[in-house]
Design a protein around this ligand. Structure first.
Ligand code: IDC
Length: 308
């Protein structure tokens, strides 16, 4: 059977949708690593193959924190982090999956704080992976803070996009949005001047309900392409109880609009969002029993979407 990448190849944005070269709508579906510095062992062939073959995933997001412990801008080993990204990109390529390179800002709420380093990072990484159309770029995970409005985020994106475009003129880019990538409805008034951009919408179902779903609907109605580049069904701390009713409503919205979605996170950390149970030492070939409730929920969703 052909891989999802073999079937669709290079992607682009058309209207609010991600489409392939023939203009056919595609839906990227997969999982995100937790911080690459924290769980590097999950970036392995068996893990990604299990996600592809047993879960139906077609995409892996490689999350590189900037300012948390072990981050690119703090005490992280930059060469080791970049090597992990290279490895993840190459594994995805071999498996016919898409890869998202995520500059994972979080406590550094304003992406402009480290824009010089981000420029340098994206310049080098896009040069290294140039010509590999399975790679997508995520400019800034979750801008946040009262002063970090859409124009502020947009200013940052306008610095980084040309740097990537110099090496990857056609690549698909995902841009974070204010309020931890929730304010997708702020974009339509002043979108980025680039054809191949989608805007990140992140949700944690036990925290984010109807109000955020309405924001998503408003953004789509206004013509803004939306990509759910991170989500889970617990609360926004990554822990706490799962809200299955809200999760079902999110799933319905995703399917109705054919949105791409990525589940947080590929790890066995002792928290609700982890997809693998904390007492499971395996880094691939997990049985159903070795998955958390969240893991099983996303595997079911991905498997149901697999043949699309
Ligand atoms: C969380 C991790 C947790 C880690 C924390 C660091 O799940 O293990 O200790 O980051 O601050 C996001 C962020 C994502 C968060 C996640 C859950 O993008 O980095 O991961 N979350 O809090 N946005 C909303 C929720």
């Amino acid at each position: 059977m052909k891989t999802y990448f073999e079937r669709h190849g290079a992607l682009r944005v058309q209207g609010t949708r991600l489409v392939d070269g023939a203009g056919q709508p595609v839906q990227l579906r997969g999982v995100s690593t937790l911080g690459l510095a924290w769980y590097p062992e999950f970036v392995n062939l068996g893990a990604f193959r299990t996600l592809r073959d047993e879960w139906g995933a077609n995409t892996v997001r490689l999350a590189m924190y900037t300012c948390e412990e072990g981050g690119y801008m703090t005490d992280g080993d930059r060469a080791a982090l970049e090597a992990l990204i290279d490895r993840g990109v190459t594994l995805c390529e071999g498996l016919g999956m898409y890869a998202i390179i995520d500059w994972h800002i979080l406590s550094d709420g304003d992406p402009n704080i480290h824009a010089d380093a981000a420029e340098d990072f994206f310049r080098r990484i896009s040069a290294r992976v140039a010509g590999r159309p399975h790679v997508l770029y995520e400019l800034c995970n979750e801008p946040n803070g009262a002063a970090v409005t859409w124009p502020v985020v947009k200013g940052y994106a306008e610095r980084i996009i040309p740097v990537i475009r110099a090496n990857a003129p056609e690549a698909v880019i995902i841009c974070g949005t204010p309020t931890w990538s929730q304010d997708v409805d702020a974009v339509a008034a002043a979108p980025l001047d680039d054809a191949n951009i989608l805007y990140a919408l992140h949700f944690y179902a036990a925290t984010h309900g109807d109000a955020l779903r309405r924001k998503a609907e408003r953004a789509l109605e206004a013509g803004t392409p939306v990509f759910v580049s991170e989500c889970s069904i617990c609360d926004a701390s990554g822990d706490g109880v799962i809200d299955y009713a809200s999760a079902a409503a999110w799933r319905e919205l995703i399917e109705r609009h054919g949105l791409s979605y990525i589940a947080w996170s590929l790890s066995n950390r002792d928290e609700s969002a982890a997809l693998i149970r904390a007492d499971c030492p395996r880094t691939s070939d997990w049985t159903g029993d070795e998955l958390t409730e969240t893991g099983r929920w996303f595997r079911d969703m991905l498997l149901a979407d697999r043949e699309k």
